[in-house]
Design a binder for this molecule. Structure first.
Ligand SMILES: CC(C)(COP(=O)(O)OP(=O)(O)OC[C@H]1O[C@@H](n2cnc3c(N)ncnc32)[C@H](O)[C@@H]1OP(=O)(O)O)[C@@H](O)C(=O)NCCC(=O)NCCS
Length: 302
């Protein structure tokens, strides 16, 4: 099949969402989320988000990508059923990257804006496609899910104990932006800062923080990476194991329940045991992460 590759435009959104939904039924491929994944990414470049059209003008495949300094990510690549389509898309993406500073292409979570933390290993077509096109499996990631319908999310007693110990738990306000940025940048990562600050776009803001001595010492956010997802969260190392994390988590889960979700996805999990104990979460999905090294550009100074 001959396909014509060109950057996606916002007019293509319904077709793109349709293709992604058909290919990845378990992922949140609604139009709003896809628009955010592509055009809402702070590093959005048209040539990194490509569509493949056939001679009849039908969208046959898409590659959603992003470049952040020397790394490129594929956020989504529709692989089936005609292998020449993803091949053409990948080739175009790689040719755009050729000669740039990009040294690797990752198929993993392109935080702060990402659709999934990797490829579902049950998606056989995708795993075979990537391994047969120079990608190597480099990691695994998990999502967990927790039921919000039978979950006691009341934190009053725990908050009382924390207040007695000098902590103040509160919903993030726009005035707290700098304090949150300084805390999360320094103790965790700038990507998590960007994800958490995205909560300021929600009403009410879906981020909660713990204050101690005039400083933020813990944070948790929801509804920022993908619809219905919880995370990121973090507590300052010196303030852990006091119950702050659990309270911030439950406050965020209550927000998700108030927004109408019956379950919450805890995306790209780290401390599985903590989530299992704090909100009876269980592992719901596994992802494999892939990387391909690109040939370095010729350096005339070398
Ligand atoms: C995960 C994290 C946010 C938890 O924060 P926290 O404020 O320590 O959370 P809590 O205090 O509510 O609970 C942590 C543990 O302390 C225990 N604990 C709570 N209060 C306690 C107390 N008074 N005495 C003893 N232990 C206590 C909890 O039972 C829990 O134990 P568990 O992990 O074995 O289930 C924190 O460890 C962290 O920032 N980790 C690094 C970042 C990270 O991994 N984030 C999650 C990404 S998905």
């Amino acid at each position: 099949m001959t396909v014509h590759i060109r950057p996606l435009s916002i007019e293509d959104l319904p077709d793109v969402a349709g293709r992604l939904r058909a290919e990845f039924p378990s992922d949140a491929a609604d139009e709003r989320n896809i628009a955010r994944q592509v055009w809402g990414d702070p590093h959005y470049e048209p040539m990194h988000n490509l569509g493949a059209w056939d001679d009849d003008g039908l969208l046959r495949g898409v590659l959603l990508g992003v470049v952040r300094s020397s790394r490129a990510w594929i956020k989504a690549l529709t692989v089936g059923p005609e292998p020449s389509v993803p091949e053409a898309l990948l080739e175009s993406f790689e040719s755009v990257l050729a000669g740039s500073l990009v040294v690797v292409i990752d198929v993993s979570g392109s935080s702060p804006v990402y659709l999934t933390p990797g490829i579902d290993p049950c998606d056989t077509r995708s795993t075979l496609f990537f391994t047969s096109h120079g990608f190597r499996k480099v990691g695994e990631a998990y999502n967990m899910v927790c039921d919000l319908t039978h979950q006691p999310l009341d934190t009053a007693d725990a908050e009382q104990a924390l207040t007695a110990a000098g902590y103040r738990l509160a919903r993030l306000t726009a005035d707290d932006q700098l304090a949150l940025t300084e805390f999360v940048d320094r103790r965790f990562s700038a990507n998590w800062t960007a994800e958490a600050l995205d909560a300021l776009h929600q009403r009410p803001h879906t981020c909660h923080v713990a204050w101690f001595d005039g400083r933020i010492v813990g944070f948790a956010a929801a509804e920022v990476t993908n619809p219905g997802w919880f995370g990121p969260m973090g507590t300052h190392a010196r303030h852990r194991k006091h119950g702050i994390g659990r309270v911030l988590l439950l406050r965020c889960l209550a927000d998700l329940r108030d927004r109408g979700y019956r379950e919450a996805t805890i995306g790209w999990v780290g401390p599985m045991g903590f989530y299992q104990r704090a909100c009876q979460a269980r592992v719901s999905r596994l992802f494999w992460q892939y990387r391909k090294h690109l040939a370095p550009p010729h350096d005339p100074m070398a």
